[in-house]
Design a protein around this ligand. Structure first.
Ligand SMILES: [Zn+2]
Ligand SMILES: [Zn+2]
Length: 227
């Protein structure tokens, strides 16, 4: 069968395999292998058999050698009485002690913190696990940065400070000089002299922050001029 070769390293001419692969196969020359005993360049063949469902990688000095190595692994996998072990994984993905077969056979060792079912679906910033069903209850990391504009990132705490700074500048520019009280728990707005500056919607927030930053910048410029 014809094997698709990856573009980018060396040749991208298809390679004609002598083995009877019955699944998707891809390969390449000059693949870089990062290893403890030193990085090296190699030819490789990657196979994705369906029965059993697994992944095989063969390597060699030539593509033919890599193909033969992968085929040998595949024959071994098919004739092996697998004995699976987790190694150091907790997600249920296992490796055969005798051949290169690996697959999710065991249950995950981690459990959903809500229903206690074994799961490796997702975990939160405190490393608590959640199954698919309970993943919607996963709390957000309070220190995770949110996007402001143009890829700039900011923590929610800093964002709230920025809102207050901008809201204050906007309120002052409208002649409201009283105490600015953030009301961010239910809905989002700032109160000043009995007036509510709404920041419930993204558009409102954008307007307040944009106008606020402009006002702050022009105040700074004015101060510099006085000096
Ligand atoms: Zn095996
Ligand atoms: Zn659950």
């Amino acid at each position: 069968m014809q094997v698709k070769m990856s573009k980018g390293f060396g040749t991208s001419e298809p390679y004609e395999s002598l083995h009877e692969w019955d699944c998707f196969v891809q390969g390449g020359t000059g693949g870089l292998v990062i290893s403890k005993s030193g990085n090296y360049s190699t030819c490789f063949i990657e196979v994705f058999p369906k029965n059993p469902d697994c992944f095989i990688r063969g390597e060699g000095k030539t593509i033919q050698e890599a193909d033969d190595a992968a085929w040998a692994k595949y024959q071994k996998i098919k004739s092996c009485t697998h004995e699976m072990e987790r190694r150091n994984r907790t997600d249920g993905y296992d490796y055969c002690k005798h051949c290169s077969y690996s697959a999710t056979v065991f249950e995950p060792l981690t459990r959903c913190c809500k229903c206690k079912e074994p799961t490796a679906y997702t975990y939160d910033f405190r490393k608590k696990w959640y199954c698919k069903k309970h993943s919607r209850l996963k709390p957000k990391d309070p220190n995770q940065k949110v996007d402001l504009w143009g890829g700039e990132k900011i923590t929610p705490r800093k964002l709230k400070k920025l809102w207050k700074k901008c809201a204050t500048a906007v309120l002052r520019s409208n002649g409201r000089m009283g105490k600015v009280i953030p009301k961010l728990k239910y809905g989002r707005h700032f109160e000043c002299d009995g007036y509510m500056l709404m920041m419930d919607f993204q558009r409102q927030k954008d307007i307040v922050i944009k106008r606020g930053l402009e006002l702050i910048a022009s105040l700074k410029r004015a101060r510099l001029k006085v000096k």
